[in-house]
Design a protein around this ligand. Structure first.
Ligand SMILES: CCCCCC/C=C/C(=O)SCCNC(=O)CCNC(=O)[C@H](O)C(C)(C)COP(=O)(O)OP(=O)(O)OC[C@H]1O[C@@H](n2cnc3c(N)ncnc32)[C@H](O)[C@@H]1OP(=O)(O)O
Length: 358
């Protein structure tokens, strides 16, 4: 049976209304089928090697070969309807009643004097997209001003956070790679600044593995609680990159130069127990009782006098603030250069290639 134009248009509209991100691989497939259905086989010139996004799209479309337009249309409609039905059968979590609305990539709510910021891209292991960097900064600004006593950062799903979303490097703007690196460095510097300057006690509730920038900024938190299931990994050298989040300064101070070197240069992944023994993590809890035990601690801390806590935090942190801003600037300047290097471009390209199974 042929798919009518009406069914095809309906599928297009349904796709726009999907709440759950179908993932890059599926998005590429949908793109390719749509192009094939509307324009026939791929006949445009192949984009350049470094134009990651358009190259991945071109490859996906080209891989459909001479698939008839009618079959592409059918496959497109089938794929959209399978996404719609899997979304309606999956549990799409509603925001809790007191949650602050308007965020796409995080959830924020305040309860018992605690503002909780939850990284909410569980299918992507809470990788930090550009949008998520921006939303976390906005949420921290709001939390700094609201009535809460303490602020908590945690992840949804099985991961705490898989670090920078490597797709951030795929969206090369018209200004080219240099402009992308400039913008990335500005964004990163501002992001880390929000942690350096945060005025209230900031607590990380590390609910699962943590990678990259989600690990490095832990040195700027006041307390880090972790499940025993978590690991702490900063694979910067694997990616041809260099440390950020002030870790080049804070990690050696916390754990000594040798341990910091193992992590930041040689990609050593720490277990939660190891991270605790070197002082990066404050306390580790069995995964089974993690949430319950941590909740009890947080509730107790949040009942302490607000101003006293904020003033004491300033006393503990203010001596280092200027130094931290300086380190942040240096790290971002260094990373900007790294992002333009062959070492980094090849590593990122290899991750994105594997992802889109090219
Ligand atoms: C604006 C620029 C600021 C830059 C700041 C500097 C920051 C530096 C860093 O943070 S460096 C660290 C970067 N992160 C990584 O290198 C991790 C990459 N991801 C992985 O290695 C793995 O995905 C994993 C070990 C985190 C999890 O592995 P696994 O359990 O096997 O799950 P999947 O790989 O299947 O993951 C599911 C899904 O999520 C995608 N994904 C996960 N993490 C990232 C990521 N960091 N960037 C992009 N995409 C990520 C993964 O590809 C899968 O997607 P798919 O379902 O295939 O579409």
């Amino acid at each position: 049976m042929q798919v009518s134009q009406q069914d095809f248009e309906k599928a297009k509209d349904q796709l726009k209304l999907l709440k759950v991100d179908p993932g890059n691989e599926v998005k590429l497939k949908l793109y390719a089928l749509f192009k094939q259905a509307t324009q026939g086989p791929c006949n445009t010139p192949k984009p350049g090697m470094l134009d990651f996004v358009n190259k991945a799209k071109w490859d996906a479309w080209n891989s459909l070969g001479s698939l008839p337009q009618e079959s592409a249309r059918q496959q497109y409609v089938d794929l959209v309807s399978s996404l719609v039905s899997s979304e309606s059968s999956s549990h799409v979590k509603e925001n809790p009643p007191d949650s602050k609305s308007g965020y796409e990539t995080i959830e924020v709510f305040t309860e018992d004097n605690i503002t909780k910021i939850v990284l909410n891209r569980p299918k992507m292991k809470n990788a930090i997209s550009v949008k998520m960097y921006e939303e976390i900064m906005e949420a921290l600004e709001e939390a700094a001003k609201d009535d809460s006593v303490i602020t908590v950062l945690t992840g949804s799903g099985d991961y705490y956070c898989s670090g920078n979303d490597l797709n951030n490097f795929a969206n090369v703007s018209a200004g080219g790679i240099k402009e992308m690196a400039d913008n990335g460095a500005k964004l990163l510097k501002n992001f880390v600044k929000h942690f350096i300057d945060f005025p209230k006690p900031l607590i990380a509730v590390v609910n699962g593995p943590a990678v990259g920038i989600s690990v490095t900024v832990l040195g700027l938190f006041d307390v880090v609680y972790s499940t025993d299931r978590a690991t702490f990994h900063t694979p910067f050298s694997n990616l041809g990159q260099s440390p950020e989040g002030c870790s080049s300064y804070v990690f050696p101070k916390i754990m000594g130069l040798a341990k910091a070197t193992e992590m930041l240069l040689f990609n050593k992944k720490l277990t939660a127990a190891e991270a605790c023994s070197v002082g990066l993590v404050t306390e580790v809890f069995p995964d089974k009782t993690f949430q319950k035990e941590v909740r009890a601690r947080l509730k107790a801390y949040a009942s302490l006098p607000r101003n006293s806590l904020a003033i004491s935090k300033q006393l503990l942190r203010s001596i280092e603030k200027e130094k931290l801003h300086e380190v942040n600037s240096q790290e971002c300047a260094c990373l900007k250069e790294r992002w333009l290097s062959d070492e980094c471009m090849n590593a990122v390209m290899s991750f994105l290639k594997k992802k889109s199974k090219l």
